[in-house]
Design a protein around this ligand. Structure first.
Ligand SMILES: Nc1nc2c(ncn2[C@@H]2O[C@H](COP(=O)(O)OP(=O)(O)OP(=O)(O)O)[C@@H](O)[C@H]2O)c(=O)[nH]1
Ligand SMILES: [Mg+2]
Ligand SMILES: [Zn+2]
Length: 299
């Protein structure tokens, strides 16, 4: 058997690249379906290559084993990534709730988050960058400002990606594919926003892994809806907000959800301008959702 990594999957066939860079198209053994395991882009696998066209018959190669995953995402569906690159831009209008959910998701999976603000060539970019820096100042996430269009900030971004397996995620139209094209000289299809809205579709349809020296990147289709996958005790939600950490243990009640409890140190800090009000407001929305899901967990 040979060893490789899944770089893309389409209609039941998986393309696997071996260590030497050769690609093989494989079918997954039936046992995966029985075990309810979907092979994912990024999976490290063992496989048997096909026999090729000998005496008129072409034999498929087989995906035999999926090696243990270091991380797993369902949306986008990828395995073994180490860094979650959350891409946003002045246009389309940023969905900050999606950014917050992706940050929580990254922390839950122990992925390094990186917030990339693309399209800094647009007139509104200064305003978006200022808002981003204000909202995420205490959130322990690096923010990189770039333009795939004019090539600004791309070298610094590349340096931030070194040694990582980076999943590019975010809304459709923020420029994930354009950015990867600019960074690595790829020629993936990109699409303008007005056409996307008309068609209501993504330009990128499938996740795909690319490797360049010590950087691996996965381009994924954009999305706007993200459910925090599993139901968890709402008291844990606050742990995904590093800006709350300095105030933990200082609230009147213990545990405190930092919801609307009197004597809450986090609410006080927000009032004093130490925590951005919009970020806290979205936390409260998520807290409400999380509490409801938790109450209904046995229904
Ligand atoms: N002005 C400007 N436009 C950009 C920049 N980067 C991308 N775009 C444009 O934004 C549009 C969307 O780019 P894509 O790369 O297709 O976006 P995507 O995030 O890959 O979208 P999906 O594949 O649908 O998820 C295209 O018209 C790009 O030309 C940039 O830095 N500046
Ligand atoms: Mg794309
Ligand atoms: Zn509190």
């Amino acid at each position: 058997m040979m060893r490789g990594v899944i770089v893309r999957g389409r209609g039941g066939f998986y393309t696997v690249r071996d260590e030497a860079g050769a690609e093989y198209v494989l079918r997954a053994k039936k046992k995966f379906r029985r075990q309810r395991i979907s092979p994912l882009v990024g999976d490290r696998v063992l496989f048997t290559p096909g026999e090729g066209k000998e005496e008129g018959k072409e034999e498929d190669g087989w995906l035999e084993e999926i090696l243990p995953r270091k991380s797993q995402c369902l949306r986008p569906p990828v395995a073994n990534v180490t860094m979650l690159c959350i891409v946003a831009a002045p246009a389309p209008e940023p969905d900050w709730m999606l950014v917050d959910k992706l940050l929580i998701f990254a922390r839950k999976q122990s992925l390094r988050p990186l917030l990339i603000l693309n399209k800094c060539d647009l007139p509104k970019a200064g305003e978006t960058a200022a808002l981003t820096k204000a909202m995420y100042a205490g959130a322990e996430v690096d923010v990189k400002t770039v333009s795939a269009g004019i090539g600004e900030g791309t070298e610094a971004l590349k340096d931030a990606l070194r040694g990582e397996i980076c999943c590019f995620s975010g809304q459709s139209g923020v420029g994930k594919s354009t950015l990867l094209n600019a960074l690595f000289g790829l020629s993936q299809e990109t699409g303008d926003i007005s056409r996307k809205i008309q068609r209501g579709k993504n330009t990128t349809r499938h996740a795909e892994l690319f490797t360049f020296g010590d950087i691996s990147v996965i381009d994924t289709p954009g999305f706007s809806l993200l459910e925090l996958d599993e139901v968890f005790d709402p008291v844990l939600l606050r742990e995904y907000y590093p800006e709350f950490a300095p105030y933990e243990g200082q609230c009147r009640f213990s545990p405190c959800y930092h919801g609307s409890e009197p004597g809450c140190a986090v609410l006080r800090a927000a009032k004093e301008g130490e925590i951005h009000p919009a970020r806290l407001e979205r936390y409260h929305t998520l807290l409400t959702d999380c509490r409801q899901a938790w109450r209904e967990r046995y229904d």
